[in-house]
Ligand binder design. Structure first.
Ligand SMILES: [Cu+2]
Length: 411
């Protein structure tokens, strides 16, 4: 082939390659300001919109607050600071534990001392009115340095929860802007010892309640009932296990387990952000220990041992604890849902994947989420020609021609 022909092909092919790249690059740019409420589109799952509107004239989320009147039964001020790359709440991390009884009005005043990016408080796992939910950019603006914000909500559901910032969370939460939130049930008989076990990894070091190694479990004399509220504030799952006693998982993520059976020599997995309530009775020799991996543990004075576990067996098992885990899907007794999942009024079909692309002009491996519910059928991030489908109501409402299955192999 003559050189001039090759050059001609190259000149012709370049726009075909660079054109689409330029388009996707340009599309990825994040504008200086944007309104999250107007992003994307409303998916009603095949049901009526019910007057739900994101446009002008809709309901302002800032009006959906908790009770504005009444004296709070629990009132806390939390002052947040950043220092040497660490975040503290009232001078420590984790921050102060907040405890309230079910039904009480809780008021938390968040004060941002010096965090330049701004902060919020989100009540992880807890149902609160939308404006109290603490999601910066969605339910409220971030609270800037020198400013404060008051949260008020009624503690509805007993259980183990936590609070953390929802502004620049990948940094603020990882570096300590968090604390435990416990809602107790006045109608239930409390355990003799009710202990929060907040697990967090600072700079690669796993800690229990902010301290590495074995932390002392106080007041746990033989025969006493103990509830250990294990709270995983890291971004990955952890395994917890008890040495020296059998235990029951009495609650998962703030929801009580019905008739939890006794467990021995098994680990329990605590999901990222998840909570597991472990109930046990301190054995006659007083030696009991809860491990959460990486050498971090909580133990009675007699149970701390020298890395040898507790309970007289002389060993905490393999370094990572018992290999067998509690199957939480089949643990306890299932209770009625109160509805039939097969008879849903609305159907949503979300598919999440990854592909190569640009994020704000930088190459990235992005998420691809497609909602394909009927009758509005849309697949975002799909190949041209596959993004519109014919809605079909059988067997389930889904867009039969939305084929967003192709993935980029190296992504
Ligand atoms: Cu959270």
């Amino acid at each position: 082939m003559r050189d001039s022909v090759k050059a001609g092909i190259a000149v012709g092919a370049a726009p075909a390659v660079l054109g689409p790249l330029g388009y996707f690059w340009q599309q990825s740019l994040v504008p200086d300001t944007y309104d999250m409420a107007t992003m994307g589109y409303a998916d009603f799952g095949g049901g009526p919109s019910g007057g739900h509107s994101h446009g002008p004239g809709g309901l302002d989320v800032a009006t959906l607050t908790g009770p504005s009147a009444g004296n709070p039964e629990v009132s806390v001020t939390l002052t947040v600071r950043v220092e040497n790359g660490r975040y503290t709440v009232n001078g420590s991390s984790p921050g102060p534990e907040i405890r309230a009884a079910k039904g009480q009005l809780v008021q938390v005043t968040l004060v941002n001392d010096n965090v330049g990016d701004g902060v919020t408080l989100h009540w992880h796992g807890l149902d609160v009115p939308n404006a109290e939910d603490g999601v910066a950019g969605v339910t409220q603006d971030a609270v800037g340095p020198g400013r404060s914000h008051v949260y008020r909500f009624t503690a509805q559901d007993a259980g183990t929860y936590w609070y953390h910032s929802h502004q620049v969370g990948h940094e603020q939460v990882r570096k300590g802007l968090l604390g435990a939130l416990v809602i107790t049930d006045p109608a239930a008989r409390p355990p003799d010892v009710d202990q929060v076990v907040t697990v967090h990894t600072y700079d690669g070091r796993r800690t229990v309640n902010g301290r590495p190694g074995v932390v002392r479990l106080e007041r746990a004399e033989p025969g006493r009932t103990v509830r250990l509220r294990v709270l995983n504030t890291d971004a990955g799952p952890l395994r917890a296990w008890v040495t020296g006693a059998s235990y029951r998982v009495s609650a998962i993520d703030g929801r009580a387990v019905e008739q939890p059976p006794e467990v021995t020599d098994r680990s329990v997995v605590v999901a990222a952000g998840g909570r597991i309530d472990v109930d046990l009775v301190v054995p006659a020799d007083g030696r009991v220990r809860l491990d959460v991996g990486a050498g971090a543990a909580l133990a009675t004075a007699d149970g701390s041992g020298s890395g040898s576990g507790a309970g007289g067996q002389g060993d905490a098992g393999p370094a990572g604890g018992p290999a067998q885990t509690v199957d939480l899907l089949s643990y306890g007794v299932a209770t009625g849902l109160g509805f039939d999942p097969a008879k849903a009024d609305r159907n949503f079909d979300y598919r999440i994947g990854r592909r190569a692309g640009f994020m704000d002009a930088s190459p990235a491996c992005g998420g691809r989420s497609t909602a394909t519910s009927s009758p509005t059928c849309r697949c975002s991030w799909c190949r041209p020609g596959t993004s519109s489908g014919r809605p079909s109501r059988t067997p389930a409402a889904r867009c039969t021609r939305c084929t967003c299955t192709a993935t980029t192999p190296w992504c």
